[in-house]
Design a protein around this ligand. Structure first.
Ligand code: BJW
Length: 233
């Protein structure tokens, strides 16, 4: 098994026990706003101050949280694995890289990066951004937005993700509700191409029936258990 190709998809549930709120749980609202009301290009055009407030608050929170045993176990697995390994996260936090993951795609962007709509460049961003942010490269003011994929926008690196899904032997989905596409459809691609599929989630997700195996429980417990099992004890 140790030479098999693995693709892992993670969602907000893997960071929940680090203290970051998920989107669709009981604590899933941000000051009464649904994610759909702050995570769209239309919302940004309508009320940029509100959208910046949402991402500035979440960026500030990153300094107060740490990777949990689930992030650490995935980094351990990557380091020990001899087959191909790709970790695709929908999360815009930086907990996977802080845990040591390297083969990592942030398909919905990163809240620790800015994107200048004037010069189309992307760059690391620490601290608040707000409406008046100045691009460190072209110096234009007020055209910098968080480097996040909002509803209706194309997720990043889809070609590389599709290739990895078509070539994987094992697809594992961790801590995601399966409510948002294209990520919610990855299990079907992997399965169609012959991969074994496993879901690890607090509760069965919307697409749970599509997986060949399901583990129900907290990511911080179940992921280290699974990694130990796959690495042979
Ligand atoms: C735990 C746990 C613990 C908790 N342990 N588990 C109609 C039909 C089909 C599709 C569409 C449609 N209308 C529009 C679309 C497309 C749209 C879409 O999917 N909409 C749906 C609402 C239907 N998608 C898009 O627009 C995407 N772009 C796109 O499709 O482009 C065209 C395209 C075409 C063809 C190919 C490729 C592209 C873009 C989607 C962008 C999503 N952006 C967001 C916000 C930005 C990032 C941010 O602010 O952080 O991304 S939305 C939000 O949802 C965020 C997340 O990444 C994403 C997924 O959420 P996630 O991670 O699953 O979190 P939750 O809260 O939903 O679930 C957490 C889970 O964890 C739960 O199950 C818990 O039980 C569990 N859990 N504690 C283990 N301790």
């Amino acid at each position: 098994m140790e030479s098999a190709n693995i693709v892992i998809l993670t969602g907000a549930g893997i960071s929940a026990e680090s203290g970051l709120a998920t989107f669709r749980g009981d604590d899933g609202l941000w000051e009464g706003h649904r994610v759909e009301d702050v995570a769209t290009p239309e919302a940004y055009r309508r009320d940029p101050a509100l959208v910046h407030q949402f991402y500035d608050a979440r960026r500030a929170r990153l300094a107060e949280v740490e990777p949990n045993p689930a992030h650490l176990a995935l980094a351990r697995l990557e380091a020990a694995w001899s087959g191909e390994f790709l970790l695709v996260t929908q999360n815009v936090d930086n907990l996977h890289e802080r845990a040591g993951s390297r083969q990592l795609i942030h398909m919905h962007g990163q809240n620790t990066q800015g994107w200048c709509l004037a010069c189309d460049d992307r760059f690391p961003w620490d601290g608040p951004m707000g409406e008046g942010a100045c691009c460190p490269l072209c110096r234009t003011q007020g055209r910098v937005r968080p480097d996040i994929v909002w509803f209706g926008e194309m997720p990043y690196k889809m070609d590389a993700i599709e290739d990895a899904l078509r070539n994987c032997d094992l697809f594992v989905s961790i801590g995601t509700s399966g409510a948002v596409y294209p990520a919610a459809g990855f299990v079907q691609t992997a399965r169609y191409c012959g991969a074994r599929t496993l879901e690890i989630n607090l509760e069965p997700s919307l697409g749970s029936y599509l997986f060949s195996e399901s583990w129900t429980g907290k990511a911080s417990v179940e992921v280290p258990k699974w990694v130990k099992e796959i690495l042979g004890g």
